[in-house]
Ligand binder design. Structure first.
Ligand code: ZN
Length: 57
């Protein structure tokens, strides 16, 4: 996978599980672009990740 913005291939990938869903944060070290996707490779909006990560009491 390469950065959709600048095509750099040096990406930092951090996998996390939020609300039972596996999502991966991709961070580009060249242009600081960041995006999330799920285990199917579909992009997840940051708002949705934060929403999943929010603990409701
Ligand atoms: Zn980039």
């Amino acid at each position: 996978m390469s950065c959709p913005k600048c095509s750099a291939r040096h990406l930092v990938e951090i996998g996390v599980t939020v609300a039972g869903k596996n999502v991966t944060l991709h961070s580009c070290s060249r242009c600081a672009n960041r995006w999330w996707d799920d285990e199917r490779g579909e992009q997840v909006p940051l708002d949705q990740v934060l929403d999943l990560a929010t603990v409701r009491r």
